[in-house]
Write a new protein. Structure first.
Length: 198
């Protein structure tokens, strides 16, 4: 079953990526700490994982300490007023997501799969249960991903129902080649900043 092989690939690639990107991690950590010395470098948030279990996702902190922590960025009235100077850069190039390599190594996440919903995004979680794909699984029954099909097909511009449709397409087409397609698509979207709300 591909999902078993997928876990091994995720583990090996994430460790390799952490080693290669460690100098970048150090630079970003210094920048974040210099801007707000009394604030933490990392941001942790409750997310929905495999089989709807709760886990803590890791991100580089890109918003000020007073920003609401349990609200999706697109649901904030004026998200830009909360974003730090470092955060603008981090979000522009999706670098705030890099600490999720730790989540992947721990087994909370995968490199490619539907993005983990916030614990209180009940509509998105419910919508995902409507779609059953290969191996008889729904998007809520696999490890969530660092990137996914929805990320390259609308990302922040999609509502919950539209995201669930994309997640359903992913689960129906899940394979090594489809994961590669998502990875290369993500690189293109990051470089062009397409559909990213900063």
């Amino acid at each position: 079953m591909y999902l078993v092989i997928k876990r091994g690939i995720d583990f090996i690639l994430s460790i390799a990526a952490l080693i290669v990107l460690s100098p970048l991690f150090i630079v970003l950590m210094i920048w974040i700490k210099a801007e707000e010395p009394n604030a933490p470098i990392f941001f942790r948030q409750k997310r929905i994982g495999k089989d709807k279990s709760i886990f803590k996702i890791y991100k580089f902190r890109s918003m000020k300490q007073e920003a609401p922590s349990e609200v999706a960025t697109e649901d904030l009235d004026d998200p830009n007023r909360y974003v730090t100077k470092a955060g603008v850069f981090l979000r522009r190039y999706s670098l705030d997501e890099l600490p999720q390599l730790i989540n992947i190594i721990k087994g909370d996440m995968s490199i490619v799969a539907p993005r983990p919903a916030l614990w209180n995004q009940y509509k998105l979680i419910e919508e995902r249960d409507k779609y059953v794909g290969r191996y008889g699984l729904t998007p809520n029954q696999i490890r969530p991903g660092l990137t996914g099909w929805a990320q390259i097909n609308g990302r922040d511009s999609l509502n919950d129902a539209e995201k669930a449709v994309m997640d359903g397409e992913y689960i129906k087409n899940i394979s090594f080649l489809f994961d590669l397609k998502c990875i290369f698509g993500t690189v293109g979207k990051v470089l062009t900043h397409d559909n990213v709300k900063e």
